[in-house]
Design a protein around this ligand. Structure first.
Ligand code: IMP
Length: 198
């Protein structure tokens, strides 16, 4: 069975990837399970670049096919910020209550579709022979006027999803996985990987 290393230590991401790739003939191993402790600088300017940087580093170290992801929130009115800086926006250790309120405040007086925003996820797969695959998924929404919901994490309470009539943090994990940026990018990656892994 082919081994694939997942270049992440985030247990939610590890679970989601294992779940979506469950019916493929592969063994998904997290960095922790592989005994790798690597601090990789995410200095790319796009989600795709950052996902590739992580996947390349771990593939080089282990010699195994490696999958990595990068994700974040783009707010159109803020020129697509925080974007690749989503985790670092206002400082890594600043609470999301504060980050979320800051984004709402920046959009004061902004109406309707001008509040558009999206979650973006890029997934990269890097093979030991140098082959590279990248996929992207998005979840479109509007910045809410106030935070709502207890599920999810990060910016979920301020992203209103019109098709569901609620914020992302008000969706159950199952509902969110079906429409999430990461779920979409992962399912696309699965379609691509199937062509190379039997
Ligand atoms: P990453 O772990 O480097 O991909 O950082 C992604 C950052 O983007 C997270 O720390 C969150 O701030 C934000 N983010 C990405 N996906 C989501 C999501 O599904 N909900 C809420 N915030 C998200």
């Amino acid at each position: 069975m082919e081994k694939i290393i997942l270049a992440s230590n985030n247990s939610n991401k590890v679970r989601e990837v294992k779940e979506i790739l469950r019916d493929m003939n592969v063994e998904i191993i997290s960095m922790k399970e592989a005994g790798i402790d690597l601090d990789i600088e995410e200095n790319g300017t796009t989600f795709e670049e950052n996902a590739l940087i992580k996947a390349r580093a771990v593939c080089k170290l282990t010699g195994n096919i490696t999958i990595a992801d990068d994700s974040g929130l783009e707010v159109d009115y803020l020129d697509k910020q925080p974007g690749v800086y989503s985790a670092r926006f206002m400082g890594h250790d600043t609470s999301y209550d504060i980050k979320n309120q800051a984004i709402i405040d920046k959009l004061k007086g902004v109406e309707g579709n001008d509040r558009s925003a999206r979650f973006v996820a890029a997934i990269a797969a890097v093979f030991p022979d140098g082959k590279e695959l990248v996929t992207r998924g998005t979840m479109e929404g509007l910045i809410a006027r106030e935070p709502a919901g207890e599920n999810g994490f990060g910016y979920d309470p301020i992203v209103y999803i019109p098709e569901y009539g609620c914020c992302s943090a008000q969706l159950s994990p199952e509902e969110k996985n079906k429409i999430s940026h990461r779920g979409k990018a992962l399912r696309k990656m699965k379609e691509e990987l199937i062509q190379y892994i039997r």
